[in-house]
Ligand binder design. Structure first.
Ligand code: NCD
Length: 305
């Protein structure tokens, strides 16, 4: 039985195969409409979500399966003091696969130790978010035709932004990737990402504070929200939340073929008049999220179209 806790749980070949399957699902959705008939996906969301939970549910429904779950820890027995391990042992009696989001780093890993069914990490605290990464990779692949040879700028909250940590880890396995980390001093990329991923592979990266300085070089600009819920004090959040605001004027310095990604939700960091720029891909990214999750569910359940 396979789980997806960290993006490195999948080999590069498996990631490429998932992208290939997702692209086939986009072309031929009818082929997959019955693939998970009779199967159930449980979504256990101990933290807020719109896209991730609904895209998992839509993915299972479009595969002909069904869904159950909760979207608020307060309505589950967690509020009575039940441990994650016990909740998962219970739910794995009812469902064939579980997508789980939790505010504690490592909770999905702990769940996988006791689960009878595959566990998918749908975001654990400020740590990882591997299915957002699959979504991001599919988007970059569809937009550029290749995941190699690109300069990618990550901008915003690189400390708490779990989507950033997982995407850096995934891209570290392709060739010709240059990373530019654009963040204020307080929200820099964590040392563990450098020490565990970038440094051992001698991957080229730069840390800068100015978005304008990096802009002309970028093939992909990955914007992020300042993660309010992970701050210890409100004053720091208020001081840092508007550090970077992408607007049409700043985009004037970007390459015409650059792509703008954002895992969403957006707060202030991209003005709405950027949405109509052909380089803006964040809503396409949302659509791609359902297709790659369909591919992933099929893989973990070992079903075929
Ligand atoms: C992200 C998350 O939950 O980490 N959202 C998502 O899943 N698309 C990003 C965020 O909340 O800022």
């Amino acid at each position: 039985m396979r789980h997806l806790i960290d993006i490195q749980d999948l080999s590069v070949e498996e990631v490429d195969e998932l992208i290939h399957t997702a692209e086939d699902i986009i072309e031929n959705p009818e082929k997959y409409a019955e693939a998970c008939r009779g199967r159930k996906l449980a979504t256990l969301f101990f933290e807020p979500s719109t896209r991730t939970r609904l895209s998992f549910e839509a993915a299972m429904l479009d595969l002909g399966g069904r869904t159950l779950g909760f979207s608020d820890a307060a309505t589950s027995s967690a509020s009575k003091g039940e441990t994650v391990g016990d909740t998962v042992q219970v739910v794995s009696c009812y469902a064939d696969i579980i997508a789980m989001r939790h505010p504690k780093e490592g909770a999905p890993f702990a769940a996988a130790q006791v689960s009878r069914v595959p566990i998918i990490n749908a975001g654990d605290g400020g740590h990882n978010h591997p299915t957002q990464t699959l979504t991001d990779l599919l988007t970059i692949h569809r937009e550029r035709g290749d995941l190699n040879n690109l300069t990618i700028g990550f901008c915003g909250d690189l400390k708490f932004g779990r989507t950033v940590h997982s995407l850096v880890s995934a891209l570290s396995r392709y060739t010709g990737i240059q990373f530019i980390f654009i963040a204020p001093n307080e929200l820099r990329i964590p040392d563990y990402v450098k020490e565990n991923t970038l440094d051992p592979l001698h991957l080229p990266y730069r840390e800068v504070e100015s978005m304008e300085e990096a802009m002309p070089e970028l093939d992909v600009l990955y914007m992020t929200r300042v993660q309010k819920e992970r701050f210890f004090n409100e004053a720091d959040y208020l001081r840092l939340r508007d550090t970077y605001i992408l607007d049409p004027a700043k985009l004037a310095a970007a390459k015409p073929e650059m792509r703008i990604l954002h895992p969403l939700p957006r707060v202030n960091e991209i003005t709405v008049d950027v949405d109509k720029d052909p380089r803006a891909c964040y809503f396409k990214q949302v659509a791609n999220g359902k297709f790659i999750r369909m591919a992933l569910i099929m893989k973990l359940l070992e079903v075929h179209a």
